[in-house]
Ligand binder design. Structure first.
Ligand SMILES: [Zn+2]
Ligand SMILES: [Zn+2]
Length: 115
């Protein structure tokens, strides 16, 4: 496995079983040989990407069975949201198109609602 594959594997592990953000950060730091703060930013970014991809796959499955699904942007409410991420509650096409992460450390997500 190369670093990228090991990183993907540890992200998958985090999503599949209980693991704290600290444990994930340590694992990422070890794989990439980074300091904790850099590893934490990568862990956050890769988790955001993994969750967005998983949620997109789920929505696509629902669409494939003939239902309409809206993609709705969600920001985290526990910190200041930057300009790039300021789409809280907006549907795809209304100011955003690409799924998060839109920058390193991005913690946004996409929620799905029946249309
Ligand atoms: Zn942002
Ligand atoms: Zn964001």
């Amino acid at each position: 496995m190369n670093d990228q594959e090991r990183l993907a594997a540890v992200i998958q592990e985090f999503m599949d079983r209980p693991m704290t953000m600290g444990e994930l950060t340590n694992a990422v730091a070890k794989i990439l040989g980074l300091a904790a703060d850099q590893a934490n930013e990568i862990a956050v970014t890769e988790l955001t990407r993994a969750y967005a991809m998983k949620s997109k796959a789920e929505a696509d499955e629902v669409r494939a069975s003939g239902f309409e699904v809206l993609d709705i942007w969600r920001t985290t409410n526990d910190e200041l949201v930057c300009e790039l991420c300021d789409h809280e509650g907006k549907v795809r096409g209304d100011g955003w198109n690409e799924c998060p992460p839109v920058h390193p450390g991005c913690r946004c997500s996409v929620e799905h609602e029946a249309a």
